[in-house]
Every structure is written in structure tokens, then in C-alpha cells.
Design a protein around this ligand. Structure first.
Ligand code: AHG
Ligand code: MN
Ligand code: MN
Length: 333
């Protein structure tokens, strides 16, 4: 049943929103709600660390320990520690995949859920004070809780996600997520320490006039992508590329547009990771009325073969994604 039945007003706190939505599901045990709260809380902690990023060298110069007496860490490592700690405590998740860890982590508990996370996305932008993010996917385990985690638990196609979302640490910090019943965005109010519903039932326009791609690799893109870029230029579309996937995605979600990271000479399978970047955003975009594709296949239908697998990503307004797919089809024959 659609959980958008009860429209909650702008300004509803995240906690209240999660609680109300949970009440709409019979038999919901509250574990998924708790995971979302844990992620939101870790997001607050990471947000605080990120806001101090410009001071790290200054702090480092007078002693490389932070307030808890820990060594100063690179922010992506620190974000990984914060999220894994938050997700480990409650026992709802029994396995975590992270960009920062080569293997999956079997938490050896009775948790029902599997989490895939990119703790800090766009990390090359930290040092230059540009928006960065966190991306997460939540799946149900396929083997019984309590047994050892297997590859079948972790290598699930994106269509099996039960929830996904991202935090964007931008001019405001936002949490945007879906549980498969539309997409809602919350803005963090730091002085109150609360997230408030600011973007209910987000929908991406079916068409857009913005394309986001790293143009520096133009000469090694597949011909379909080069043709699409030329079409965009001819139509006078705007090019916008921040270099933080979450930030580029968020702008296109609000305004309409397409983000593309195709195969290149350097990254023949694309650069972005299926398990903790592409699947979450693909689930969100479809829930918001958009599309996500490799150019040839729907992202959510891909069967993962490896935790850190890379795939080409074309994501955003449906008409734009379909135009790219059409060009790929034209080149097959
Ligand atoms: P991460 O910081 O998690 O490694 O991800 C970086 C990704 C993504 O955020 C961004 O869109 C892309 O790399 C940028 O790559 P290019 O610099 O090759 O354009
Ligand atoms: Mn990333
Ligand atoms: Mn990352």
C-alpha cells in the first residue's frame, strides 16, 4: 500500500515522519526505522566533522589528536568509522559493504538487513570546500538471520533494495531517502540538531536542459555518448559538473537533467560503483519518476558479481536517459 496516503506537512521532524510512516505498515517491527535513524544520526556527526575540515591542518599543526583523543584521520576514513559504528550498535544490520573496506563485514548478529555504503562521496572536493555526500542502500538478507553471511546476501540486484538514500553536505545538509513509496527530502537545522521535512514527494521533471559529465574524457567516451553531448550543445543545454556524484544528482533531481559517467579509456567499465553508488541513486530516481541505465540496461536489474564492481551510469530525467539509450541501440546494428 502506498505510504504517501498520509501527506505530512513541510516542517515535520524526521523522527515523527519515520514513526508515522512505520505506523502505516502492518507487522512493521521498527528495525528499518531504527536503521534510518542511525544513519541520520551518523550524518549529523559527519556533518560536524566536515564543517571543521578547513581547520584540520591548523588543528593538526598544534597536535594531531581530535577532541576524543583519536588521531586525525582523512575524512573518508573517519566517515566510514562513524557510519559503521552507528549501524553496528543496534543489531538491525548483520552485514555491511563499504567503499572503504575491501571485504564485507559480517557483524555476526541476528540482524535482518544488509547495508551498502559510500561513507564519503566526492572526497576530492573536501579540500576545496565543495559539496560532498554519503550514499546508502538497505537490503534484506536472503539467508536466515543468525547464520553466516554469504555472497548471496551481499550480491543482490538493486531492485531488491528496501530503502536507499543520501546525505548531501552542501549549503544546507540534507537527507533524501526512499523506502519504495516515493522520495522525501529533509533539511538539517544545526542549531536545533533536527532534520525537518523540506522536500515532500520529490519528482524529477521528465525532461531537462542540464547535462552533467566530465568533459575532459570526451575523446574516450563511446560514440553514443559523444553524439548525445553534441546534441545537448546544439540545443544550447547547460553543462553542470561538480565532481561529487551526490551533488550533481541532487541538482538534476530538483531541476531536471542527466548525469553521465560512461566507460572511458581509463575506466573501461565506468568509474562508479554499482553496490554503493549506482543502485541507491537508481532506486531514488525511479521512485522520483526518472530513470537509470548503463546506456544498455536498467541499473536496478544488473546482477552484481563483485562488491566493488564498476558500471557506466546514465541517470536523471527519463526522456534524456531514453535519448541516450536510443543512441546506444542505433550503434548496435
Ligand atoms: P568517491 O569520492 O566516493 O571516490 O566518488 C567520486 C566519484 C563521484 O563522486 C564523482 O561524480 C566522480 O567520482 C568524479 O570523477 P571524475 O573526477 O573522474 O569526474
Ligand atoms: Mn563515491
Ligand atoms: Mn567515497
Amino acid at each position: 500500500m502506498e505510504d504517501s496516503r498520509i501527506a505530512l506537512p513541510i516542517g515535520t521532524t524526521l523522527d515523527r515522519f519515520i514513526k508515522k510512516k512505520q505506523d502505516e505498515f502492518q507487522f512493521a517491527t521498527g528495525e528499518l526505522s531504527q536503521l534510518l535513524r542511525d544513519i541520520a544520526l551518523a550524518g549529523k556527526v559527519v556533518n560536524r566533522e566536515i564543517n571543521k575540515a578547513g581547520l584540520i591542518n591548523i588543528v593538526g599543526a598544534i597536535g594531531s589528536q581530535n577532541i576524543q583523543g583519536e588521531e586525525q584521520q582523512k575524512l573518508d576514513v573517519l566517515a566510514n568509522i562513524r557510519f559503521i559504528r552507528a549501524l553496528t550498535k543496534g543489531g538491525e544490520a548483520s552485514v555491511i559493504i563499504s567503499e572503504e573496506d575491501e571485504e564485507f563485514t559480517d557483524l555476526q548478529n541476528n540482524g535482518k538487513y544488509m547495508i551498502a555504503i559510500d561513507p564519503l562521496d566526492g572526497s576530492s572536493n573536501i579540500d576545496v570546500n565543495v559539496s560532498i555526500g554519503t550514499i546508502f542502500s538497505i537490503y534484506r538478507r536472503v539467508t536466515p538471520p543468525g547464520s553466516s553471511v554469504t555472497l548471496d546476501d551481499v550480491l543482490q540486484p538493486g531492485r531488491e533494495q528496501v530503502a536507499a538514500g543520501y546525505l548531501l553536505y552542501g549549503s544546507s545538509t540534507m537527507l533524501v531517502y526512499t523506502t519504495g513509496h516515493g522520495v522525501n527530502g529533509f533539511t538539517y537545522e544545526p542549531s536545533l540538531g533536527e532534520y525537518f521535512l523540506s522536500h515532500p514527494n520529490m519528482e524529477i521533471p521528465r525532461d531537462g536542459k542540464v547535462y552533467s559529465i566530465n568533459d575532459g574524457s570526451y575523446h574516450s567516451f563511446p560514440p553514443a555518448i559523444r553524439t548525445y553531448i553534441e546534441n545537448c550543445r546544439e540545443q544550447g543545454f547547460s553543462a553542470r559538473y561538480i565532481g561529487s556524484l551526490v551533488a550533481d544528482f541532487h541538482r538534476n533531481l530538483l531541476k531536471g537533467g542527466v548525469y553521465m559517467y560512461p566507460s572511458t579509456a581509463k575506466d573501461p567499465k565506468g568509474k562508479l560503483r554499482l553496490m554503493y553508488e549506482c543502485n541507491a541513486l537508481a532506486f531514488l530516481i525511479e521512485q522520483a519518476g526518472g530513470s537509470a541505465s548503463t546506456g544498455q540496461e536498467r541499473i536496478l536489474d544488473l546482477q552484481p558479481e563483485d562488491l566493488h564492481q564498476r558500471v557506466p551510469l546514465i541517470i536523471g530525467s527519463t526522456n534524456m536517459v531514453e535519448a541516450v539509450e536510443e543512441l546506444f541501440r542505433g550503434q548496435e546494428g
